[in-house]
Design a protein around this ligand. Structure first.
Ligand SMILES: *Cc1c(COP(=O)(O)O)cnc(C)c1O
Length: 275
């Protein structure tokens, strides 16, 4: 199905986007080890479809959105080979709408078996590839951030909610594929530009290692998760993606750095899927 015609970004805007996208791509390359090939997700929430199309024309294919309705509308208008990443808070009552979007590639914010089962059940029969899912971890422990608790030790791993959710996805959600873990982490202004490792990113890595250990030892989990036997890590945003990449991130999510500042939330509240 052809995408509906959408207006093009004005030439000035196209040029600006193309430059900031190249700059971020270059910084991603510089911060990554030569053997790795991390994914840059361009976070386009609140930004018009014309901005996304401009980045698409520059070769960008991975885009991230936070609100199901906004994603649905954009996906309908934009090219079908975009890989959409859902990175917002997932409500079970929106799972069906999300699952019906043909080119939603990854849902990065799964935190419950209820949401996992709802997605698995809602994926349409015509979809031929599994939906990638990542489990969101609240590495900073802040009440305001969603996500499951990190795993603190090998002993506590097997009874953790994360392991239970991973197990449920692997063994009882055949249309989902467990890709890895995602975190937001707390923004530490002082470390934004220096080379200090971010504690929250270290916590996500440790949690990933514990989870992998449990999955490897569990015969019912098989090897049907991750990429080449490794769970991927989605961590790093505009202010900290270089630190995240140096810490081993596989997926960085950059919004402001590519598209510029977003309008204040109050103006768009009516479109949000907030709880
Ligand atoms: C908005 C958002 C981003 C992008 O943030 P920037 O600081 O604009 O790069 C990344 N991840 C999540 C989960 C977000 O909600």
């Amino acid at each position: 199905m052809a995408a509906t015609a959408i207006s093009k970004a004005p030439p000035e805007r196209f040029k600006g986007l193309s430059e900031s996208l190249s700059e971020i791509q270059e910084r991603v390359r510089q911060a990554s080890s030569p053997s790795s090939n991390p994914t840059l997700v361009a976070v386009s929430k609140y930004k018009p479809a014309s901005d996304i199309l401009a980045c698409y024309e520059c070769g960008q294919r991975d885009f991230g959105e936070n609100y199901v309705n906004e994603l649905e509308e954009k996906a309908r208008q934009l090219p079908g080979d975009i890989r959409w990443h859902f990175i917002g808070t997932l409500q079970s009552n929106k799972s069906k709408t999300l699952a019906m979007i043909p080119n939603v590639f990854t849902v990065q914010t799964v935190t419950s078996t209820k949401a996992a089962n709802a997605l698995n059940k809602s994926l349409p029969p015509e979809r031929t590839t599994p939906l990638n899912v990542m489990l969101q971890v609240n590495t900073s422990g802040e009440d305001a951030k969603s996500g499951l608790p990190a795993i603190a030790s090998a002993e506590s791993a097997s009874s953790s909610e994360l392991v239970q959710l991973a197990h449920c996805i692997i063994t009882s959600c055949p249309k989902l594929y467990l890709h890895g873990l995602m975190t937001i982490g707390s923004l530490k202004e002082s470390t934004a530009s220096d080379e200090q490792p971010n504690e929250d990113f270290e916590t996500l890595k440790r949690t990933r290692d514990f989870l992998e250990q449990v999955l490897r030892q569990d015969p019912t989990s098989g090897s049907n998760w991750g990429v080449d036997g490794k769970l991927l890590l989605s961590m790093g945003m505009s202010s900290d993606f270089e630190v995240a990449l140096k810490g081993g991130s596989d997926i960085v999510r950059v919004g402001t750095g590519i598209f510029g500042a977003r309008p204040p939330k109050e103006h768009t509240d009516s479109e949000r899927d907030v709880t």
